[in-house]
Design a binder for this molecule. Sequence first.
Ligand code: ATP
Ligand code: MG
Length: 555
Amino acid sequence: MQEETVSKNFIEQEIDKDLAEGVYTQVCTRFPPEPNGYLHIGHAKSILLNYGLAKKYNGTFHLRFDDTNPTKEDMEFVESIKEDVKWLGADWKDHLYFASDYFDMMYQCAIKLIKKGKAYVCDLSAEEIRAYRGTLTEPGKNSPYRDRSVEENLQLFEEMKEGLCQDGKRVLRARIDMASPNINMRDPVIYRVAHMSHHNTGDKWCIYPMYDFAHPIEDAMEKITHSICTLEFEDHRPLYDWVVRECEFDPAPRQIEFSKLYLTNVVTGKRYIKKLVQDGIVDGWDDPRLVSIAALRRRGFTPESIKMFVDMCGVSKSQSSVDYAMLEYCIREDLKLKKPRMMAVLDPIKLVIDNYPEGEVEYLEVDNNMENPELGMRKVPFCRELYIEREDFMIEPPKKYFRLFPGNEVRLMHAYFVKCEGYETDENGNVTVVHATYDPETKCGSGFTGRKVKGTIHWVAAPYAKQAQVRLYENLIDEEKGVYNKEDGSLNLNPDSLKILNNCYVEDSFADAGACDSFQFVRNGYFCIDSKDSAPDALVFNRIVSLKSSFKLPK
Ligand code: ATP
Ligand code: MG
């Protein structure tokens, strides 16, 4: 019991308190994306947090599209957002909402405020409003239109709604306090005129509510109890509470802020990603080097690994930036026991076993994952001609090099000991073929104990292997220089963030593997089949992550 209390984050503690005090009887949370771009890892944190709380408290989770701004939204994003939220496992069941469905209610709320003398139509221009607002150190000045009568305000607001008013000529403002130390409370604009079609309501409206007015109403309409958002909205909370109170919603939703998730040396800003896409530096919003949810999925990350990552980051109010290596740690942990371990040679060189009969083949029984017998076994062909990694052979090895070199013996993983007997080169001195002999006594699993070798290398059988393309990724950002160029604000890009290897050979056990299936390639990392570019006869793999890292779990 004690332990459980200690491990609760500050939002859970607040919820416990609200439930204990009877402020709410059940919990309802929401994820409210604006459909104006793809979701990224930061949004994943918000989704999993909101969904997780609803689940933990046996409450309800809503997915609500915050589509109140007709200028910026694009329906293309609604589908991609739904797909991403679903993929993360946040099930909204039948609680899918669109804020634009509440326009009528928002309008009614505005009328209510006018009638209460809590809102007025203001004719100041946007610039004048800004000038009248004052600064952090100086109070604002009252608008000359602040004391219009209720009747006049109702009349003018009606005219705004009926399209008798040009864009920008008039706005509806909340009548709060121009001297408030919180600038958000200095008579904020709550409705503006915009003669624009809306994807959902068409031309029904030419006035649209502002975010700070619309959002609390959306929450209240859906009976959200805990409206969780990021820290930049902390100063807006008094306004949020004002709107809920003055519009007389009961029960009132409660806003709680937490700090955004940032990753060190990673680009998340929509504006920057858009430019990378437009400039052709990345292959769309789902390029595996990005951290949009679609990109992480394509790269081979799993929902479980993202959940583990978000849990490890925790929830707090202090701003911090997390190392990408922690995300890599999570995917390694998640895949370690779940995925088969295959052999793939990324930079091949031929190994000929001269004493193995030509044309013969034997099938070796191999564990799919030595640490997890549940994954079963597979049969791997072994024959006279193999491929091994170029770096596993050296003509003149340095000290402590235990792999193949003339005269040395190594173990071929799952197979036999082989001894290097020589090699061939082309006219430039590059090694083209390595020759070896094998010792039939040393077959893996035969219990052979006669002698030991220090090196084990992986291989694939040349005639049976499948050729594949492998894409190796590094950070898109030049980590030495940091994300932004100090001079012009552009991104410091790493020219080597994508390396394409076209002549790789993988075991032919992939035949039935579908899109996004992932594997460990022994000694080389975790890889997945690219969902966009791979075809059964032209396999393309993405490296999700290499096997090793310098990342240490935070204590
Ligand atoms: P961005 O500009 O980074 O794409 P946004 O805030 O404009 O993000 P919204 O669609 O408004 O995107 O956000 C939906 C929800 O996701 C909001 O509740 C917001 O607070 C939350 N969110 C956005 N970015 C992060 C982040 N980095 N970490 C945690 N939550 C985030
Ligand atoms: Mg936003």
